[in-house]
Ligand binder design. Sequence first.
Ligand code: HEC
Length: 141
Amino acid sequence: MKKVLLMSVVALTLSFTSVSAYDLRSNMLLLNADLRDVQQSFISSDKEGVKNSIERFAKHANELLGNKEKFEQMLPENKKHKSNEAVMSAQIIAHNVQIILDAVENKYNQSGKLRREESQRAYTYIEHACFRCHNIVRDEN
Ligand code: HEC
């Protein structure tokens, strides 16, 4: 299943010509698949699944967004000045990933209900970070 998904990601991205657009799109598709795994785990109340999927997601998110210069290289000429947003998004994401991991590990000795609610809210803030940057980079100027 994972392999099939990966193959279709590769096939999809091969249709792109520029190397940087290829990198950006394939990385974003990977991030999207990772985040979907996290969402699925939350919906199923699968705590172990949340932990595993959020760790995988966090690693990829940081690799893609954590380095301004690297992200800038992937952006098209007319969007390069928006690369600052990547680091900002990486910080928002890292902050909320930490909230989720702390909740899973019950770092603050809170009730299960509170921990579920806080980690679920943190998940929506991560989604919001995706939307936020897309709104900015898809503006005309
Ligand atoms: C720092 C900015 C930024 C952040 C943060 C960001 N993206 Fe993107 N994303 C882009 C850019 C730029 C593109 C490519 C250009 C476009 O699609 O407008 C893109 C494209 C995509 C695409 C491909 C869309 C398509 O079909 O062409 C997906 C899927 C995607 N992002 C998912 C995500 C997810 C999921 C997150 C959050 C975990 C996220 N992105 C966070 C900037 C960002």
